[in-house]
Design a binder for this molecule. Structure first.
Ligand SMILES: [Zn+2]
Length: 44
């Protein structure tokens, strides 16, 4: 499952469930890259 960072917009193909965070900017809000329905995933 690919994710897209809500901050920098980079695509993250591999992500750890325990540490949902963008490896590029460190932002913690990622959205699943799937069709047109975006669901936010937060670890707070
Ligand atoms: Zn990012």
């Amino acid at each position: 499952m690919a994710y897209v960072c809500m901050h920098c917009g980079r695509e993250v193909k591999t992500i750890e469930k325990s540490t949902v965070r963008c490896p590029y900017c460190g932002y913690r809000v990622m959205v699943k890259k799937r069709s047109s329905i975006a669901k936010e995933v937060s670890t707070d």
